[in-house]
Design a protein around this ligand. Structure first.
Ligand code: 5AD
Ligand code: SF4
Length: 443
C-alpha cells in the first residue's frame, strides 16, 4: 500500500448519467498516485464535479453546488476545485467566468490528462481549461452548433445500474440494480437528436448487452436495429459491452447493420483465469478471445479497446504475464489500464493480498509500454490510407485544425473549413502521433 501521509484526498461528485459513474471511476483511478478517495467534499483537498448535461437542470445543480463549496474554499484556499463531464464539455471556460472559485475545467475526453492539468494549475498559478473538440478558437458563427448539444456526436443513455457485482466494482453499490429505459422513449430521443443535427449516436449503459425494453421485453439487438434504421443517422456506437453477455447475435448485427461502427469497447480486466474468477467476471480468457476472433472473422477491419486492472488482490507475476499475452494477442487499438484500488464496500476491498506492492508497482507502466507500442504500430499502419471521418469539432491545442474520428475509432486532425463540422469527409492520413493521426483533405 501507499504511505497514506503523502497523499491528498479527492472527492468526485457524480451528476446524472451512467457514463459519469464510469468516468468517476476512471477519475479516481487516474488520480490514485496522488489522491485517495475522500468520504465527502468537506474532507477533500481536491473536489471534482463530474457533471452531466443529459439530465434536466444539470447546469443549475452544478452552480448551486459550487455555491455550497465556496465557504469551504474560503476557509481553506488550498482546496482545488475541478469541473469535468458533459457540462464542462459544453461550457468550457464559461464555467470559470461564472464561478471564479473553479480552478480547472476538463472535458469528457481529457480524463487521462488530469494529473498533468493539475500540475499545470499548481505550477503556473493560472486556471486551466482543457476541452477537446470545443470551438472557442474559431468564430462561433462559422461553426454549426447543434442547439443545446455539444456537437454532431451525442451520447444517449439506454439503461442504468448494474447487476453484475464484479468484486472490485462500486457501481452496483452506488447505482443499484439494472434498469432499462423504454425503447419508445429512447427512439424518440434519438430522432429528436438527429433532427437537431446529431450524426453519430453512442448508446450508453453499464452493460448494454443486458438491455431489455420494460414494455415488450425485447433485447439490445432489436433496439440497435431500430436505431440503425432511423433516417439521417450516419453512425451508431455503444458502450459498455460486458464480454460475458456479448452474443453471436450481436456480433452478426454489428456486421450487418450499416450504421454500426467497426469498433468495440470490450473490457477484459485481466488475462488470467484465476484473476478473472476472483473478479467474478463470468468468462475465461479463452472465451473472451473466441469472441474477439468471431468479430474479426465477421468484420475484418474491427478495432478493439479495453479496460484492464493491474495488481488485483492475489495477482501474481504469472497472472500478470497472462494479461500481457492477451493484449499482444488481441492487439487493442487502445487500453485504459488502472492499478487496482480497493473501493469501500466491495468484496475485493476485503481480500487479502500476499503479493507485495513493491513487486506490483512496475506492472502498470510495463503493461502501458507494451500497449503504447501496439498503439503506435497501429497508428503507423494507418499512414497513407484514405479514411472517412465524421468531423466532430476542433483540435484545441493547435487552433484551426479540425478533429474527427474514423468509424474504427481513430482520431484524425486536419486542416479544413470550420463549416465541415458535422459532415463526413474523406482525408488521407499523413502522419501518426501517439494519441491521434494527422491527415489532409485531397485538393
Ligand atoms: N480499481 C481499479 N480499477 C477499477 N475499475 C473499476 N473499479 C476499479 C477498482 N476498484 C476500472 C475497470 C473499469 C473501469 C471503468 O474502471 O477497469 O472497467
Ligand atoms: Fe462494475 Fe462489473 Fe457492473 Fe462493470 S459489469 S459496472 S465492472 S459490476
Amino acid at each position: 500500500m501507499h504511505g497514506m501521509s503523502d497523499l491528498g484526498k479527492v472527492y468526485v461528485r457524480t451528476f446524472g448519467c451512467q457514463m459519469n459513474v464510469y468516468d468517476t471511476e476512471k477519475i479516481y483511478a487516474f488520480l490514485q498516485d496522488r489522491y485517495v478517495p475522500a468520504a465527502s467534499e468537506e474532507e477533500a483537498d481536491l473536489i471534482i464535479l463530474n457533471t452531466c448535461s443529459i439530465r434536466e437542470k444539470a447546469e443549475q445543480k452544478v452552480y448551486s453546488l459550487l455555491g455550497r463549496i465556496k465557504p469551504l474554499k474560503e476557509t481553506n484556499p488550498g482546496i482545488l476545485v475541478g469541473v469535468g463531464g458533459c457540462v464542462a464539455q459544453q461550457e468550457g471556460e464559461k464555467i470559470m467566468k461564472r464561478s471564479p472559485l473553479v480552478d480547472l475545467v476538463f472535458g469528457t475526453h481529457n480524463l487521462d490528462e488530469l494529473p498533468a492539468l493539475l500540475d499545470e494549475r499548481i505550477h503556473s498559478g493560472k486556471k486551466v481549461c482543457r476541452v477537446i473538440g470545443d470551438s472557442d478558437s474559431v468564430p462561433t458563427a462559422e461553426a454549426p452548433r447543434v442547439p443545446g448539444r455539444a456537437g454532431p456526436a451525442s451520447l444517449l443513455t439506454i439503461m442504468k445500474g448494474c447487476d453484475n457485482w464484479c468484486s472490485y466494482c462500486v457501481v452496483p453499490l452506488v447505482r443499484g440494480r439494472e434498469i432499462s429505459r423504454p425503447a419508445g422513449r429512447i427512439l424518440d430521443e434519438a430522432s429528436d437528436l438527429i433532427q437537431r443535427g446529431v450524426r453519430e449516436l453512442t448508446l450508453l449503459g453499464q452493460n448494454v448487452n443486458s438491455y431489455r425494453d420494460p414494455g415488450s421485453g425485447s433485447g439490445f439487438v432489436e433496439l440497435l436495429r431500430k436505431i440503425d434504421a432511423l433516417p439521417g443517422l450516419k453512425r451508431l456506437r455503444f458502450v459498455t459491452s460486458h464480454p460475458k453477455d456479448f452474443s453471436r447475435e450481436l456480433a452478426c448485427a454489428m456486421a450487418e447493420l450499416p450504421r454500426v461502427c467497426e469498433h468495440i469497447h470490450l473490457p477484459v480486466q485481466a488475462g488470467s483465469d484465476t484473476v478473472l474468477t476472483a473478479m467474478r467476471r463470468g468468462y475465461s480468457a479463452s472465451r473472451y478471445l473466441e469472441k474477439v476472433r468471431l468479430l474479426r472473422s465477421l468484420i475484418p477491419e474491427v478495432e478493439f479497446t479495453t479496460d484492464i486492472i493491474v495488481g488485483f488482490p492475489g495477482e501474481t507475476r504469472q497472472d500478470f504475464q497472462r494479461t500481457l499475452e492477451l493484449i499482444r494477442e488481441v492487439r487493442y487499438q487502445n487500453a485504459f489500464s488502472f492499478r487496482f484500488s480497493p473501493r469501500p464496500g466491495t468484496a475485493a476491498s476485503e481480500m487479502d493480498d500476499p503479493v507485495k506492492d513493491s513487486e506490483k508497482k512496475s506492472w502498470l507502466p510495463e503493461l502501458q509500454a507494451v500497449q503504447n507500442l501496439i498503439t503506435a504500430e497501429k497508428h503507423q499502419d494507418m499512414v497513407g490510407r484514405v479514411v472517412e471521418i465524421l468531423v466532430e469539432g476542433f483540435d484545441r491545442k493547435r487552433s484551426g485544425l479540425l478533429e474527427g474520428r474514423t468509424r474504427t475509432n481513430y482520431i484524425v486532425h486536419f486542416q479544413g473549413d470550420p463549416s465541415l463540422v458535422g459532415q463526413i469527409v474523406t482525408v488521407r492520413v499523413t502522419r501518426s502521433r501517439s494519441i491521434h493521426l494527422e491527415g489532409e483533405m485531397p485538393v
